[in-house]
Design a protein around this ligand. Structure first.
Ligand code: ADP
Length: 364
């Protein structure tokens, strides 16, 4: 069988070495995301720190990818964790803990609960889960808003079919509302041409605007569709907002699960409670027999969950309807709420809400 383009890219990047560590950049987890769109490839490389290696690895990766036939354009984005991230995280947290305002950085908006939907790597269905879960919270009666902070591949404009630009009076930015959800996306704020080439300060400025300038009004819950991985953008978001919980979305593949562990560590470090794991594309249901077929093998997510003592909250099947509805810009949970998968999202919303409330009680 012909190798998929993603596998060819992974193989090519597997030949690029971090010579200091004597390991290739795939096994070191530096390759954070591979996004392929009609022959155009974007690769995200995430480093622990800024050092001379980055440039060398960048050049070698670019060369390795350019040799793969069928790629019309490639963009490599490099990010790294800043040296003082942890210290500043702690300082800001202490400041927040002493404040009466639940989320001082959210401007005048008042939001009861904030939930981050994160993933170790891209393409596992994080945005699919975030959008359907937002709708599910609305369905169980919560006033819900959705912040799409995925700078590498904002999905909310597509998944909600929103093509407008948000209104702003120069001080505040208004949300765009659809399907009963107030949304804001980094995708509304960039030109379609190439959001991927955003770098360092520009990204941080946009993230800060998303946090402090958006007029969310009052809401019961905010879902944040996080960028994949554990870089500086993720740290900024976790530092600036007092987040009540996080969900980590994964597929039961080894490559996805290795990065889940990093995600768990990031949330543990920032003291954001991890509500649990969401396994996506776990199995395929044969439409004729209803029989379930595991797609990537069984028991892998369980072993990670057991080892780190986290719960798998749900297992969402691979369902062509999910894909279709995402592409058509109307999430399945809103379009067909009685569908089996929609019901799974609604049950997930109920479980998470219960956990958030219990935790709030325990903290008070
Ligand atoms: P991420 O946010 O992790 O990058 P997305 O949510 O954008 O991932 O999903 C990647 C692709 O996989 C999208 O085309 C989406 O429609 C599809 N997808 C996600 N989950 C499922 C599923 N359970 N069944 C079918 N397709 C899915």
């Amino acid at each position: 069988m012909a190798e998929t383009l993603e596998n060819q890219i992974l193989h090519a990047l597997g030949q690029v070495f971090d010579h200091d560590k004597d390991k290739n950049i795939v096994s070191l987890g530096i390759v954070k995301n591979i996004n392929i769109d009609a022959g155009q490839v974007t690769v995200i490389l995430e480093f622990e720190r800024d050092d001379n290696n980055i440039k060398k690895i960048y050049d070698e990766s670019e060369k390795a990818i350019s040799e793969i036939p069928g790629i019309t354009k490639s963009t490599i984005v490099t990010t790294y964790h800043s040296e003082n991230s942890e210290t500043s995280s702690q300082n800001e947290k202490n400041e927040q803990d002493n404040s009466d305002n639940i989320n001082p950085n959210l401007g005048t908006s008042k939001i009861k609960f904030i939930l981050m939907v994160a993933s170790g790597k891209g393409g596992v269905g994080k945005s699919t889960v975030a959008t359907n879960l937002a709708i599910a919270f609305k369905r169980i009666g919560l006033k819900t808003c959705l912040l799409d902070a995925d700078i590498y591949g904002p999905s909310v404009p597509t998944m909600f079919d929103i093509n407008e630009k948000p209104q702003s009076d120069g001080k505040q930015i208004e949300t765009l509302n659809k399907y009963g959800i107030a949304t804001m996306s980094i995708g509304y704020m960039v030109n379609d041409d190439n959001p991927m080439i955003w770098r360092g300060l520009m990204v941080m400025k946009a993230i800060n605007e998303l946090i402090s300038k958006v007029n969310w009004g009052e809401a019961d819950i905010m879902i944040i569709d996080m960028p994949p991985g554990t870089g500086d953008v993720q740290l900024t978001l976790t530092q600036k907002l007092k987040v009540d919980g996080s969900l980590i979305v994964t597929t039961p593949q080894d490559v996805a699960l290795i990065d889940v562990v990093r995600g768990l560590r990031m949330f543990e470090k920032t003291e954001i409670p991890i509500m649990g794991l969401v396994e996506n594309m776990s199995y395929f249901v044969a439409p004729d027999t209803g029989k379930q077929y595991p797609l990537f093998g069984e028991g892998k997510t369980e072993s990670v969950a057991e080892k780190y003592d986290y719960e798998i909250l749900t297992k969402i099947p691979h369902d062509p309807l999910i894909l279709e509805q995402c592409e058509n810009g109307h999430p399945l949970t809103d379009l067909v709420p009685e569908h089996k998968v929609s019901r799974m999202f609604i049950e997930l919303a109920e479980t998470v809400l219960k956990k958030l409330k219990l935790q709030r009680l325990a903290d008070s």
